[in-house]
Write a new protein. Structure first.
Length: 424
């Protein structure tokens, strides 16, 4: 109740300040658009800042204690490439004004996420700049950011980024333009701001580039060679700007061939993949198990010998038991798939990006699901992932098992070992 009251008071205060500023600027005419927008942005940031501090003050000490083990990783990119424990995290679509929804999901799973995932598009709008405030807030909470960076090109203006094509037409052969340096001014700003963070940032650039039906950077607009050239060009700009803290994640779609889109070992740190079960919500989908979605992809991905992050992990409730789906997916996960080092829950309450209907991937209020996740992960959370990788082939029969040494990690493990039973 106190938190709700605090939010109301701060919001009203911010609105009052913004109203006074807008009133003062309104007489300046059309040329005041920039200052007015800046004033609104500033007051919005004030509210977010206060709310973020409130989360940290209320939970910060406890959260910091749980993630104390992550400090060592935050100081070493190498450790993040070879973590001894599974790096859990989540994306939640209700994080525009803060990360309370992420904390709420953590509470339901009785865990604390070392990683928090956000999405940002390319463009000239304020929300398409490097998300400095969000990244800093994630770091303040004790976690590390995973940024999916989507090269939509339709929001760039001709006068600033000339290609003689406007709007959606910019996306046609857009990767060729990226590789040619058309968007270097934008990329350079991102690289500089990423470097200033100084802590590790996972950057998932141009994901699902092998899907010819969805994103404009896909093969219906660009050749694999054009995508690779764009990837290398962007990567090289970050290196030139000294952004060595960036961990580059190449994340193709598991349903399509992807080998010809690979930029090369020197340009990729992690392999990413989305594993989403849509159930029978559409004519093109059915109830797929985790193994059916991920198994074949994993076998091919092992050829790169890179750590793997499941960047979007989730199941809808239509068509089967999703408690069983999560149980089967997480059961002995590190032993079945030794190169998997990270899992990010896809917690999207209003997903209209794939179908005409709005889909709900939320699980935090689904007790059978959260209980299943807690109990299943508790069986292997203390295993040393590096030892598993050393003692098992990169790809094995997912039904086989192996005895692996347990370890005790400093701090609290990803899923609290003392919290296997669900909260009352």
């Amino acid at each position: 109740m106190k938190r709700v009251s605090f939010r109301i008071i701060t919001t009203l205060l911010a609105i009052g300040i913004a109203s006074l500023i807008i009133y003062a600027l309104s007489h300046a005419g059309k040329s005041s658009k920039g200052p007015i927008e800046n004033a609104m942005t500033y007051t919005g940031d004030v509210v977010k800042d206060i709310e973020q501090k409130l989360i940290v003050e209320q939970r910060g000490e406890k959260r910091e204690d749980k993630l104390k083990w992550l400090n060592e990783y935050a100081a070493s990119k190498k450790l993040l490439l070879h973590p001894t424990k599974m790096l859990f995290g989540a994306f939640d679509n209700n994080t525009k004004d803060g990360f309370e929804s992420i904390v709420s999901l953590e509470d339901s799973l009785q865990t604390t996420f070392p990683l928090i995932s956000i999405y940002t598009a390319w463009g000239e709008k304020p929300e398409e700049r490097f998300p400095t405030e969000k990244v800093k807030n994630i770091l303040t909470l004790g976690s590390l950011p995973v940024i999916t960076w989507e090269p939509w090109l339709s929001d760039f203006q001709e006068e600033d980024y000339p290609v003689q094509r406007e709007g959606d037409e910019r996306n046609r052969n857009g990767m060729k333009d990226v590789a040619a340096g058309v968007y270097d001014a934008y990329v350079n700003k991102w690289a500089i701001n990423a470097r200033k963070i100084e802590k590790p940032i996972f950057l998932r650039f141009g994901h699902e580039m092998n899907d010819g039906y969805r994103y404009p950077w896909g093969p219906h607009n660009n050749t694999p060679d054009e995508f690779i050239a764009a990837w290398k060009h962007v990567h090289d700009i970050f290196v030139k700007q000294g952004a060595k803290n960036v961990i580059w994640m190449w994340s193709p779609h598991p349903a399509y061939e992807f080998k010809e889109f690979y930029p090369g070992d020197n340009y990729v740190d992690y392999i990413g993949v989305g594993v989403l079960n849509y159930g029978n919500i559409a004519a093109w989908s059915k109830w797929w198990s985790f193994r059916e979605i991920f198994g074949k992809y994993y076998r091919k991905a092992t050829a790169y010998n890179k750590p793997i992050m499941i960047t979007e992990f989730g199941s809808l409730a239509v068509g089967g038991s999703r408690a069983k789906w999560y149980t089967d997916a997480l059961d002995s996960l590190p032993m079945k798939y030794p190169l998997v080092k990270s899992v990010l829950f896809f917690h999207f309450s209003e997903d209209n990006t794939t179908t005409q209907q709005t889909l709900n991937w939320y699980i935090k209020s689904d007790k059978p699901v959260t209980n299943a996740i807690i109990k299943t992960v508790a069986k292997w959370k203390d295993l040393d992932l590096n030892e598993i990788e050393r003692t098992r082939p990169k790809f094995t029969d997912p039904d086989s098992t192996v005895k692996v040494k347990h370890f005790k990690h400093k701090g609290t493990s990803s899923v609290n070992p003392d919290s296997v039973k669900p909260k009352g």
